[in-house]
Design a protein around this ligand. Structure first.
Ligand SMILES: Nc1ncnc2c1ncn2[C@@H]1O[C@H](COP(=O)(O)OP(=O)(O)OP(=O)(O)O)[C@@H](O)[C@H]1O
Ligand SMILES: [Mg+2]
Length: 574
């Protein structure tokens, strides 16, 4: 059988080469009582050997015990609770048997996907239940019969209240990121949900950080729990290098970030900010400077959040600028760098943020921009968690200028490669001798960079749109539920004949953009792009049709920058 070939000495030696010893359990998957279906799914996911937490948690979970587990970021906790939970559920089960609660929608979706992959050969369905997504689709998934439900507390409770989620047969509740789930923001909702489960349910609490006060709180919701603290008192992930840059006051903070990026040249990174405003500012500055960056914060519509996460996970964007929405649990394979634009106040948040890299034994680097205000977090991290920071110097303004110049020259050279421009060499040398040479070249540079960068973003967008179209074609079920059809039709109709109002925008083809680029520019400026019904591009301006109710949100982008230009949106005159 397929799974048999993956056991034994060969497989073990293969993993020990690619994964450090401390990420390998001292038993193999063979020694865990796994069904052939789950073994097949594990093999398909490429898991050859369990991680220590997976081996350690398996038996107590299968026995139905309550568990509190602390294991570092990226050590495979999802499968550690997922595998035994799946094994405890009968094949073809349709009643809800396990409920997994996560602090963010992104994490709920990720965990549901992993559990879905692991249980796919056992005829078990996994439903992802989170806010901002269609209630109806979730109701359908629940009505169809999902034995495992993964969700965020607010939406899960919504379904309980409506009677669409019945938990009377639910035997296990998992709090992924347990300390966060029992923190102020979630406590009430989570405990209210737990109260809807049968009294004899099993409760499993997993996190990379379990502070003492939370541990005490957990004791209230568990019965005689087994506590598993992997790695004892060590919280830091060995393979993550922590670097500290004391920021320079000689230039603004976003410039500090740009110089760090220019010096370190990370190929990809999550850049964490403490506020949504900062995420917006940083994303705008990065894009203006030719870095490929996307924004993720709680202000974005859910569809946009999923689009950005999808792009980041597929490696299609280099930098994701995020709030702590992305700090917990999010798994991005091969993410090399985490950058803290500001340090979080809570040192535990730091551990979770930097834990987005260095997963499953891979190497990672955390770059931290530190100002005087953040020294207390830094000291707490050093004292409490033993984080060792390597200090690197910010460049002097002269060095920074040199780096900046080099990067721009490289961008021009890359673009010029293969282009035929010899015909202009004569003009170029004449220009150099003119007294207005600086002005002329400055204009050419401005023109080049804004167009070149916009073209790049647009090409990416187009590729993405094509990919999405292909996926949609692949995924579109042959028969859609009848109830959905009129709405779909409505949507398509709306595109052909816009029912909304017409807005005038001061961006047009002359700004080097087409329809998609215009919508994207407004989206970046904060408009709900999904609401655009139709676009009509002109040379220096465009018309947009949007629902009346959303017009204000589009008008509110007036004054925001698109490249060097301040956007202007007004209701079009009839
Ligand atoms: N046995 C295994 N072999 C190989 N890869 C694995 C194994 N178990 C899990 N992984 C992979 O390791 C990565 C980290 O797993 P996971 O997200 O479950 O970690 P975690 O401990 O929950 O981290 P965090 O604390 O950040 O939530 C994922 O990409 C997952 O697919
Ligand atoms: Mg996790």
């Amino acid at each position: 059988m397929e799974t048999e070939s993956l056991t034994g000495a060969d497989a073990d030696s293969e993993t020990s080469e690619s994964r450090p010893q401390e990420y390998l359990a001292d038993v193999g998957f063979d020694e865990l009582a796994l069904s052939p279906e789950v073994r097949r799914a594990i093999a398909e996911r490429g898991y050859v050997h369990p991680t220590p937490v997976q081996a350690k948690a398996f038996q107590p979970v299968v026995e139905g015990r309550d568990l509190i587990v602390r294991s570092k970021t990226g050590t495979g906790k999802t499968a550690a609770f997922g595998l035994p939970i799946i094994e405890r559920i009968d094949r073809g089960e349709r009643a809800v048997r396990a409920l997994v609660l996560c602090p963010t929608r992104e994490l709920a979706l990720q965990v549901a996907t992993e559990l879905g992959d692991l249980s796919k050969y056992r005829d078990i369905k996994v439903a992802a239940i989170y806010g901002g997504a269609s209630m109806r689709a979730q109701q359908d998934a629940l009505a169809y019969g999902s034995a495992i439900v993964v969700g965020t507390p607010g939406r899960v409770y919504d379904h309980i209240r409506r009677g669409t989620l019945k938990l009377d047969g639910c035997r296990a509740a998992v709090l992924d990121e347990a300390d966060e789930m029992l923190n102020q923001g979630f406590y009430e909702e989570v405990t209210r949900i737990l109260d809807c489960l049968p009294k004899d349910r099993q409760v499993l609490l997993f996190s990379a950080t379990v502070p003492q006060d939370i541990q005490n709180l957990m004791a209230r919701y568990t019965r005689n729990p087994e506590t598993i603290l992997m790695s004892g008192d060590v919280y830091t992930v060995e393979h993550i290098q922590h670097v500290r840059f004391d920021i320079s006051d000689a230039y603004p903070k976003p410039r500090n970030l740009i110089y760090v990026l220019e010096m370190e040249e990370p190929e990809n990174a999550i850049i964490f900010c403490n506020t949504r405003d900062d995420t917006e500012l940083v994303t705008a500055v990065l894009n203006r400077n030719g870095f490929d960056a996307e924004l993720l914060n709680g202000d974005l519509p859910q569809k946009e959040r999923e689009r950005v996460m999808g792009k980041v996970k597929r490696g299609e964007v280099a930098f994701m600028v995020a709030t702590d929405l992305a700090a917990r649990g999010i798994d991005i394979s091969d993410l090399k760098y985490v950058i803290n634009y500001s340090l979080p106040e809570d040192p535990a948040v730091y551990l979770h943020r930097v834990g987005r890299t260095g997963r499953i034994g891979k190497k990672g680097i955390a770059l931290n921009l530190v100002s005087g205000r953040e020294l207390s977090t830094l000291t707490a991290l050093e004292r409490k968690y033993g984080v060792v920071f390597e200090k690197r110097e910010m460049p002097t303004p002269e060095k920074a200028m040199e780096l900046w110049t080099e990067r721009h020259v490289k961008e021009i050279k890359d673009a010029a490669a293969g282009a035929v421009y010899e015909g202009f060499l004569g003009l170029s040398s004449t220009l150099k001798g003119r007294p207005d040479a600086d002005d002329l070249v400055a204009f050419l540079l401005k023109y080049f960079f804004s167009h070149h960068r916009m073209e790049r973003v647009q090409a990416l967008r187009e590729r993405e749109a094509e990919r999405a179209k292909r996926e949609e074609k692949k995924e579109r079920p042959k028969e859609r539920p009848k109830a959905e059809r009129p709405r779909e039709k409505e949507k398509r109709g709306a595109k052909l004949e816009p029912s909304g109002i017409r807005l005038w925008v001061n961006l047009g083809r002359m700004d080097g953009i087409e329809d998609a680029g215009l919508v994207q520019a407004l989206e970046r400026a904060g408009a709900p792009a999904g609401k655009v019904q139709r676009v009509e591009m002109k040379g220096t301006y465009s018309y947009l049709w949007v629902p009346e109710a959303d017009a204000a949100a589009f008008e509110a982008t007036s004054g925001k920058q698109h490249g060097e230009k301040a956007i202007k949106v007004e209701r079009a005159r009839r």
